[in-house]
Every structure is written in C-alpha cells, then in structure tokens.
Design a protein around this ligand. Sequence first.
Ligand SMILES: [Zn+2]
Length: 288
Amino acid sequence: MEAAIGVIGGSGLYAMPGLTEVREVRVTTPFGDPSDAFITGRLHGRRMVFLPRHGVGHRILPHEINFRANLWGFKHLGVERLISVSAVGSMKESIAPGHLVLADQFIDRTRRRVQTFYGDGIVVHVPFAEPICPAVRSALYAARTAVDTPVHAQGTYICIDGPQFSTKAESLLYRSWGVDVIGMTNMPEAKLAREAEICYATIALATDYDCWHESEESVTVEAVLRTLKANVERAQRLIDGFVQNAPAERSCGLCATAARTSLMSDPAKIPEATKQRLQPILRHFMPV
Ligand SMILES: [Zn+2]
C-alpha cells in the first residue's frame, strides 16, 4: 500500500479542503469504532487520510474519544506520518491567541484513558523521551511562511481530561511547571502513534489564555470559537505547505522502528488472538 500522510482534525477542523479523489472509508477495528469515517484523497499528488477527532458535528468529548480505534484505523490505512491539529489554551504571555505552537513535549495529566495497544501477552516499552517526531516537526516549522501568524518551534503541552476547563489554582500550578499550552486530546494519542510506529507531530492552535491571565476574561466557548476559526485556516495552510515539500519517504530513525526495537516478549509466546488484534502494527516486523 502507498504510504499516506494522516491528519487528525481537532475542534473546528472537521474536513480537509483541497483534497482530490475523495473517498469515505469506514474502518471496523478490534478496539471498536473510530471517531467517524476516514476521508482519503490526494493533496499535491500525495495520498492523504483525514479523520475528525470529535466526529463530524463535534459529538465526542475528549475523554470519550476511542484513541486506539482511531490510531489502529490510520495504521490500517497506511499512514506513516500523522499531523495532529488541536485547539489549546496558552499558558504563557508570549504565546498570544492566534499563534501556532509545534509542541515537542507533553505532560500527561489524564487519568482514565487506555494508554496502550499492548498487554494480553505482548510487552512493549516504547521510548518516549522525544514524544514528537523531530523530522515532521521541523518540516512543519519550515512551512511557517505559509501562515500570517507566529509559529513557535517548540513547547510543552499539558493534557488534562476535561471536559471542564481548569480552575485558576490548577492553571497557576501548571504555569509554575513551565508548560506552554494546555489541551485535552493529545494524550494518549501521541503514545499510541509511537506504539504503532507512526511519526506524530502536533499543531497546537492557541485560542485563549486559559484562566490564569488577569487582564483577560475567563475562557468561554464563544471566545474560543472566534479565534479557532481563524486558526483552523492557518493550520490548513501549514499542512498544505508541509505536504507540498514533504519527502516521499519518511526519514526519521526514531518512530519507524519504535515498537520492534522495544519488544520484550518472545514472539513465539504471543497469543494468536493478540497478534491478530495488532496485525496492522505487528505485520511489519513479525509473521502474523
Ligand atoms: Zn518520525
């Protein structure tokens, strides 16, 4: 199968304009249903796969997202590089609403989400010190001339469960930890991408200053949506620039072999049912 570039759209990004040869593909997975049908097509000649993370019509809360089904689906459809688009709150004065942040680190404060594809007879401990694909992130940064707003080359994204926004005490605590942006969806998405040997990078769209900022009104859905609309268009332009210049083959040495080099289990001892469930991942490095 021809390798594809995936895009998972967050709040405000429910479709991928500019695609040709558009098809809707429903994928059934051993982990249940993905957020919606996948949209496949071509952009600048490249095979693309798009999924709206919250479903068309925005029906799925962050903690309700079936992250494993989504990532399994992308892997099944041949996605090797996945760009995550996510609305976030800014935790620093220097990241104004309207700015884009190419996060390079995460702090995971989610508590009730399934964090792994593995278990049930297979043990894998992937490295996660660098949770974002450095090659995809730097290529996105190189495409920043396509947008009319500052693009921050790095940042730490703290992920909370939500769906409520933070209290002021929480917001101030997170600021004391030095985080740059706050969101609800990139964990465990980025972990599962690494486990599936998919390159993953995030475009975080700063929509507001969360509630720590004294001179700003506390975050409201209305304010978020206003900035979001402009930001989503910027994210689309950045992705377009990335796709235009992306090399045909991914080049990073980190993500493409992350699971196979971290496998602790004897392949002969892995239960058949487990192998079958993980077939889109395992088939690249063991007989399944
Ligand atoms: Zn990579």
